[in-house]
Design a protein around this ligand. Structure first.
Ligand code: ANZ
Ligand code: ZN
Length: 861
């Protein structure tokens, strides 16, 4: 019997698909429903890795499945091609970012094509193509005209190594996400997109995304951080208040019910009051520098040491002017949240309590826990944040928290000292980057007209090619001529903006562009209407906040600018798990004491363990971790494909675990997938050799295949790739058994295989084509419809049998399909309706006749 040779067959079928242009998207809308499936497009680092293989295999299974199901499918691919690594390569190796990027794209395209993906390559683009980024400039200019883009001085996160501004999201534990350098605060004039205008819409829209993972929706909600509370003013009481604060200090609180528990006010180190005081107080000024030092993440503040400084000023309590509260500067108060000032209520807020204990400020309990005794309830080291009734609070006494909040807000409002307010954690999106390899911001600075957007007919603003990377900083800024231009409005000499856009801009609308990559307007509205929203978006959970939030925002902004009709870009989102591998460490360590990691290719079996290839030295097996260069635990997709074929690789990454979980790559695992491929071929080849027809029917096999068709479709609808593959394995066992038990039933097995092959085609498309041809089919399986099934043949778990007494139907019983006569008899006897009928008519059972799976008749007299 012939073995299947993936090396020969796979390239042949890829060529056949290309020759037939099998994956070109239908150009015009038809009466077929549409389906847009998209995997997050890759950064062209130069090589694809197993994570890509898994991500694209998933998308491809969905795309091929939907095509077979009769959808017009859009399944495009492109490149997220701007960004720092290209510049780093330029600095390290003197290669131009453009040359580096396009060379990487070429080699990755070649590698991706090896995977046999059903992609419409005619729509491919890279975000560094002028045809793409020029159209991005067009929409940016339009957003500028609509007031959605603003320029303001802002304190930014400055990465001193990459010499660029980072978004908050790109600062991880106080360090740059790419360089790892400790981030500094710096004031710069920056371009911002007003994403905060969309804070409510972006939260409210989440509730419509019912095909998104809950955890991603929650992460977005927390990121936007909508909080409802009160902004209120504490008026000055005593002390030398600097000029400019006649009203005192405005604070933001979510707990106005605890106002009588206030024991101090605290302002941020950057608060205008702190700055004004520090101008005349060297000590305070030194303190402010120290207070600004620590990290500003929520975790840093929670755990970090609370530092404060009494300003000597006091304010009056709004409800009881006799109460005076001291005003402090504190490092745990952030300037860019709320109003940059708080009232501290130590008994009911842990940070305030830590602070109060450290600086010996009063702790006044005002919320009494249910069933606590007011005479003895005391907060010591742990703030009480639970439910209860208000006490020691004059007119609020006895109220539940929510009622007390409402009462306090309405009194403050009536006094004209404040208003209910909603505040957000979300900040506007700083999009300026002082880098070369990005989309130039299409703005000209004119001394007379100010910043002027570049008119559409002068776009794209092209990146100059002749730039140098011999020192850090922005090459556009030091280019001799590029930035000198004339003002589009008045014609005077003017300067181009030299900042480029955050690359997250590039990825926040590419999915719209795929619907018509050549459109003159940034988005072809008609094409977008035909294809959007993306029905299934697939990518890593690391993009749960940034990319996915920006993409939602940009889509909404474009909607409001009248450019598109869609509001939410991704109707379905799936976040896939990673590909992991064991790690291997060499016997001897590196000079610095660290592990010297070995790749799976550098080791060989030795005894019951592993040895380093070449040296024979013992190898320590470490944990199972995400495949990464730093741990050397990577296998190269090309190697795997060369050894096992693409189909086995595709099958394996989807096999062993649910798609949202990590999958551990093992050699034995991919070998198992290779055996699956051979076993399918064995069955196909066997019926083909036997002539494909003739022999008796095989009802058992027929039922099994109909059940399989049903379950495979339902499984794929739920993206349960691994569960479906497990069904295929089980079905192969049935096939083999039937072949051995009923070798003459050739036609029945051929019919079963005619259904099986389209089912496996999304996973192992090359094998499926070869098998389809061997089964005598004329066209390609890629054009074959998804098989159908007869529901009657799938519900055999249970049989429903009418129960007759003397030939008249009295009731029915449910038994397992194929249940023995004995079982059916007992069930009929046990039936309550039958028993009641027999006894009330004084009848006694004489005989029970069972027609299996059909009917029972009790003969009684
Ligand atoms: C008084 C109070 C009493 C508070 C109490 C809490 C408990 P969320 O829910 O996250 O919005 N806060 C306000 N602005 C702040 C800033 N710029 N930096 C640090 N903390 C700030 O949190 C709102 C609460 O966080 C506010 O309510 C305020 O403390 C504090 F028993 O006011 B609260
Ligand atoms: Zn001008």
């Amino acid at each position: 019997m012939a073995r299947y040779d993936p090396k020969a067959a796979e390239p042949r079928w890829r060529d056949a698909w290309t020759a037939a242009d099998s994956f070109r998207t239908a150009e015009t809308a038809s009466d077929r429903p549409k389906y847009y499936v998209l995997e997050m497009f890759p950064y062209p680092s130069g090589r694809i890795h197993m994570g890509h293989v898994r991500n694209y295999a998933m998308g491809d299974v969905v795309a091929r499945y939907k095509r077979a199901r009769g959808f017009d499918v859009l399944h495009p691919m492109g490149w997220d091609a701007f960004g720092m690594p290209a510049e780093n390569a330029a600095m390290a190796r003197g290669v131009h970012p453009k040359a580096w990027t396009y060379a990487n794209i070429d080699s990755m395209r070649t590698q991706l094509k090896l995977l046999g993906l059903s992609i419409d390559w005619s729509r491919e683009f890279a975000t560094c193509d002028p045809e793409y980024y020029g159209r991005q400039q067009a929409w940016f200019a339009q957003a500028f005209r609509k007031g959605l883009v603003v320029r303001r001085e802002a304190s930014v996160n400055w990465d001193p190594v990459d010499m660029t501004v980072l978004a908050n999201e790109q600062v991880i534990d106080g360090k740059g996400w790419r360089s790892g350098a400790v981030v500094e605060k710096k004031k710069l004039t920056q371009w911002f997109l007003k994403i905060t205008d969309y804070a409510d819409a972006l939260i409210d829209g989440l509730s419509t995304l019912d095909r998104w993972p809950d955890k991603v929706r929650l992460m977005q909600e927390n990121w936007i951080g909508r909080s409802k509370g009160l902004k209120m003013t504490f008026r000055p009481a005593q002390g030398a208040w600097p000029k400019g604060f006649p009203e005192g200090v405005e604070v933001y609180t979510t707990r106005p019910d605890t106002l009588f528990g206030a024991s101090f006010l605290a302002v941020a180190a950057d608060h205008p009051l702190a700055l004004a005081l520090a101008a005349k107080d060297a000590d305070l000024s030194a303190f402010l520098v120290a207070a600004r030092a620590g990290g500003t993440s929520e975790a840093d503040i929670e755990s970090g040491e609370k530092l404060g400084r009494d300003t000597g000023l006091t304010v009056a309590h709004p409800f009881d002017p006799a109460i005076r509260l001291p005003v402090w500067v504190a490092n745990f108060v952030l300037m860019d949240y709320g109003t940059g000032a708080i009232f501290g209520c130590p008994a009911h807020d842990q940070r305030d309590l830590d602070f109060a204990r450290k600086y010996d400020l009063p702790v006044r309990e005002v919320v009494l826990p249910p069933s606590a005794d007011p005479a003895v309830f005391h907060v010591e080291q742990e703030a009480y944040t639970g439910p209860g009734r208000i006490f020691r609070s004059q007119f609020l006494d006895g109220m539940e928290i929510e009622a007390a909040k409402a009462e306090a807000v309405s009194r403050i409002e009536a006094m004209g000292q404040g208003e209910g307010a909603t505040v957000y954690r979300l900040r506007d999106w700083g999009v300026s980057r002082q880098r070369y390899w990005g989309c130039p911001i299409p703005i000209v600075h004119c001394a007379t007209c100010g910043p002027v957007p570049v008119p559409d007919d002068q776009l794209p603003v092209l990146l100059p090619d002749d730039v140098t990377f011999d020192r850090p900083g922005n090459p556009l800024l030091r280019h001799p001529t590029w930035r000198h231009t004339t003002c589009p409005t008045c014609g005077a000499a003017a300067e181009r903006e030299t900042d480029t856009l955050d690359t997250f801009m590039d990825s926040s609308w590419y999915f719209l562009r795929f619907t018509d990559p050549d459109a003159i307007p940034p988005v072809n509205r008609e094409a977008a209407n035909r294809w959007m929203a993306v029905d299934q978006y697939i990518g890593g959970v690391e993009h749960a906040v940034l990319h996915l939030l920006y993409a939602r925002f940009v889509t909404r902004a474009m909607h409001d600018m009248g450019m598109v009709d869609v509001q939410e870009p991704f109707a379905g989102l799936f976040t896939q798990g990673m590909v992991t591998h064991e790690t291997y460490a060499a016997q001897e360590r590196l000079a610095n004491g660290g592990d010297r990691w070995l790749s799976p290719a550098e080791i060989e079996p030795s005894g019951n363990g592993w040895a380093e290839r070449g040296t024979g030295m013992h190898v320590r097996v470490g944990g199972v971790e995400k495949m990464s260069k730093s741990k050397a635990n990577v296998v190269a997709p090309e190697d795997i494909i060369a050894r096992h074929g693409v189909d086995a690789a595709r099958l394996f990454v989807l096999s062993d675990s649910p798609p949202e979980r990590d999958v551990q790559w093992t050699e034995s695992g991919v070998e198992g997938s290779g055996r699956f491929v051979q076993r399918v071929w064995t069955e196909v080849d066997a019926v083909a050799e036997a002539g494909l027809t003739g022999g008796p029917p095989d009802p058992e096999l027929e039922r099994a295949v109909h059940k399989l068709v049903k379950a495979a479709g339902e499984g794929l609808d739920g993206l349960k790739f691994n569960a479906v593959i497990a069904l295929y394995y089980a079905f192969l066992n049935i096939l083999r058994r039937q072949r051995e038990d009923k070798p003459e039933a050739v036609g029945a097995r051929a019919a079963a295989l005619q259904k099986l092959i389209p089912l496996i085609a999304p996973y192992t498309p090359h094998l499926a084509e070869e098998a389809w041809a061997r089964l005598g089919n004329a066209g390609m399986v890629v054009d074959a419809p998804w098989p159908d099934y007869d529901p009657a043949l799938t519900i055999d778990e249970e049989a429903i049998l009418p129960v007759q007494v003397n030939g008249k139907r009295r009731d029915e019983i449910r038994v397992a399909f194929g249940a023995s006569e004995e079982v059916v008899r007992e069930a009929a006897r046990a039936n309550a309706v039958v028993q009641a009928y027999l006894s009330s008519n004084n009848l006694v059972e004489r005989k029970i006749i069972v027609v299996p799976n059909r009917i029972v008749n009790i003969v009684a007299a």
